[in-house]
Design a protein around this ligand. Structure first.
Ligand SMILES: Cc1cc2nc3c(=O)[nH]c(=O)nc-3n(C[C@H](O)[C@H](O)[C@H](O)COP(=O)(O)O)c2cc1C
Length: 379
C-alpha cells in the first residue's frame, strides 16, 4: 500500500482491477462532461501562498463537522452502486472512514442496505436520501435510517431527473442492465473483483429489494427505481422530510445563491455546494466557482460543505480557503475501494490527510480553522 503515493496511483490500480462498465460509471460526467472537467480545472487554478519561518511544529488536521469531532475536514460522499466497485464496498468504506475518524455516507442506491451496514460497523453513519414518487417508501426509508441510528440525513436535491452519461448507455449500464458479451468477457479477466462481488452480501440495490412488493428480479427492480425519481420534488417536500427526520439534515446539491438562501431558512444543519460530481447539469459552473458567493450569502447561517473534484489534501485546503467548513470526497475514495477494498479506502484518506498536513505547514498554518482566504495567492 505504501507504493500508492497519491490518489492517481489508486485510480490507475482501480482501472486495472474493476470491470470497464463500473469504472466508466464512476468516472463519467453527464453529456459533454464540461462541468466534470471544470470541477478539476478550476480547483487547479487556485494558487496557495507559501509562507516561511512560521513555527508550524504543533499542527492538527482535526476539526468538527456538524458539531462532532472529525480527524479531517472530510467525509465520504454517497456513491450509488459502491458495492459494485468491490464486494461489500459500502461496509468496507464505512469501516475505513470510521477507523480514520471521519463520517461515511451511505447512498439510497447502495448495494448493502442500511441494516447490513449498521450491523457491520461500530459507529453511526450518515444516510443519503433520494426522494421517490412512492412517498410511503420514503417514509419507511427515513424510519429505517432512524432505527439504524444514522447520525445525519443527507437529502440530495439535484437529481429530480437523471443527466445522461453516454458511456453508461454504451456499456449496457442502462436500466434495466444489459449483459452484453463484451461486459462478460471483461468481467472474466477481473477474477479478484468477481470473487469479492460473488462473496458479497448482496448483488442488487439493498435498500429497495424486498421492500417493494413483486421486486425480486433485478430487472423489475431497476425499472421501478428509474421510474421513481420524482420531477415534482420541491421545497414543501423538504419541510415534510424535516418533519419526519428527528436528527440533523444536510441538503446536498446546491449551486446557486438563491437556492442557498432558501436552504438556509429550512432549518437544515448544513448544505453541500455540489454539482453531483459533474453528473447532472452539464454547463453548470464548477463547484469551486460556486462556493465563494454561497459562503458570502449564507455562511454565517448554515454550515457550508463542498464537493466536486477533490483529489488531494491541497484541494481540501483550496476549498476550505474559499469558505467550506468541510469537504466530501466521491471518486477519490472509490478509486481506493476498487484498488484494494477497505485498505484502499483507508489509504485514500491517509494520502489526503498527509497532504493536508504538509500543505498546512508550508502555508504557515497550524489549525484547520485558520485556513481562510488569506492563504490564497491567486484565484
Ligand atoms: C459513481 C458515482 C455515484 C454517485 N452516486 C450518488 C448517490 O447515490 N447519491 C448522491 O447524492 N450523490 C451521488 N454521487 C455524487 C457524489 O456524492 C459527489 O457529489 C461527487 O462524487 C463529488 O465529486 P468527486 O467525485 O469529484 O469527489 C455519485 C458520484 C459518483 C462519481
Amino acid at each position: 500500500m505504501k507504493t500508492m503515493t497519491c490518489i492517481e496511483d489508486l485510480r490507475e490500480t482501480a482501472h486495472r482491477k474493476v470491470p470497464r462498465a463500473f469504472i466508466d460509471y464512476a468516472e463519467a460526467g453527464s453529456y459533454a462532461e464540461q462541468t466534470l472537467r471544470a470541477n478539476r480545472a478550476d480547483l487547479e487554478r487556485i494558487k496557495l501562498r507559501q509562507r516561511i519561518l512560521c513555527d508550524v511544529s504543533a499542527r492538527s488536521t482535526a476539526t468538527t463537522i456538524l458539531g462532532e469531532p472529525s480527524a479531517l475536514p472530510l467525509s465520504l460522499a454517497p456513491i450509488g452502486l459502491c458495492g459494485m466497485q468491490h464486494g461489500d464496498g459500502e461496509i468496507l468504506a464505512c469501516r475505513a472512514a470510521q477507523q480514520a475518524g471521519i463520517p461515511f455516507t451511505l447512498s439510497t442506491m447502495s448495494i448493502c442496505s442500511i441494516e447490513d451496514v449498521a450491523a457491520a460497523v461500530d459507529k453511526p453513519f450518515w444516510f443519503q436520501l433520494y426522494v421517490m414518487k412512492d412517498r410511503g417508501f420514503i417514509r419507511a426509508l427515513i424510519e429505517r435510517a432512524a432505527a439504524a441510528k444514522c447520525s445525519a440525513l443527507v437529502l440530495t436535491v439535484d437529481l429530480q431527473v437523471l443527466g445522461q452519461r453516454h458511456n453508461d448507455i454504451r456499456n449496457g449500464m442502462t436500466v434495466p442492465p444489459e449483459l452484453r458479451i463484451k461486459n462478460i468477457i471483461d468481467i472474466a479477466t477481473k477474477p479478484a473483483w468477481a470473487l469479492s462481488v460473488l462473496r458479497g452480501k448482496r448483488k442488487t440495490f439493498g435498500n429497495i429489494a424486498g421492500h417493494v412488493s413483486g421486486m425480486e428480479s433485478v430487472t423489475v427492480l431497476s425499472e421501478w427505481t428509474a421510474s421513481q425519481f420524482d420531477p415534482a420534488l420541491n421545497w414543501k417536500d423538504v419541510e415534510w422530510i424535516k418533519s419526519l427526520w428527528p436528527g440533523k439534515l444536510i441538503l446536498k446539491g446546491i449551486l446557486d445563491v438563491e437556492d442557498a438562501r432558501i436552504a438556509a431558512k429550512t432549518g437544515a444543519a448544513a448544505l453541500v455546494v455540489s454539482n453531483h460530481g459533474g453528473r447532472q447539469l452539464d454547463g453548470a459552473p464548477s463547484s469551486i466557482s460556486a462556493l465563494p458567493p454561497i459562503v458570502d450569502a449564507v455562511g454565517s447561517d448554515i454550515e457550508v460543505m463542498f464537493d466536486g473534484g477533490i483529489r488531494s489534501g491541497q484541494d481540501l485546503a483550496r476549498a476550505l480557503a474559499l469558505g467550506a467548513r468541510s469537504c466530501m470526497s466521491g471518486r477519490a475514495y472509490i478509486y481506493g475501494l476498487g484498488a484494494a477494498g477497505q485498505a484502499g479506502v483507508a489509504r485514500a484518506i491517509e494520502i489526503m490527510r498527509n497532504e493536508l498536513d504538509v500543505t498546512m505547514a508550508l502555508m504557515g498554518v497550524t489549525k484547520v480553522a485558520d485556513i481562510d482566504r488569506h492563504v490564497i495567492a491567486s484565484l
